[in-house]
Design a binder for this molecule. Structure first.
Ligand SMILES: [Zn+2]
Length: 116
């Protein structure tokens, strides 16, 4: 769990029972329901709210790389629209990844390593 998220949640929400701002995030194996996680009061143990699964962030390195490809001026219009459509996606399908690799190889001569 990202610490920044924890602090953000703790500062904006209080326990409805005792007013405590010390709230705990229960998730993963500790959360036994089908929910991703819950917010629980660290003082009185009261359930405060369900937590949704955090949204995956787009891969910034890939965004930048695609930006470079788009500026190269060597793309077909289909390739431009394809790259535009995957630019801000957090995760790519195997098929999208293969097309992306093919385009990046054609333009830069090397294959972009997707770390996500
Ligand atoms: Zn409480």
């Amino acid at each position: 769990m990202d610490n920044q998220l924890k602090i953000q949640i703790q500062q904006s929400i209080r326990c409805p029972a005792c007013g405590s701002v010390f709230l705990k995030i229960i998730c993963g194996q500790d959360e036994r329901t089908s929910h991703w996680g819950r917010l629980e009061c660290g003082d009185c143990g009261r359930w405060v709210k369900w937590l949704p699964k955090p949204k995956p962030q787009p891969d910034l390195k890939r965004c930048e790389f695609i930006g470079g490809l788009l500026q190269s001026g060597k793309l077909t219009s289909w390739e431009r629209s394809f790259l535009g459509s995957i630019r801000d996606k957090p995760g790519l399908s195997q098929k999208q990844l293969r097309v992306f690799e093919r385009i990046s190889k054609k333009i830069t001569g090397s294959v972009y390593q997707d770390t996500s």
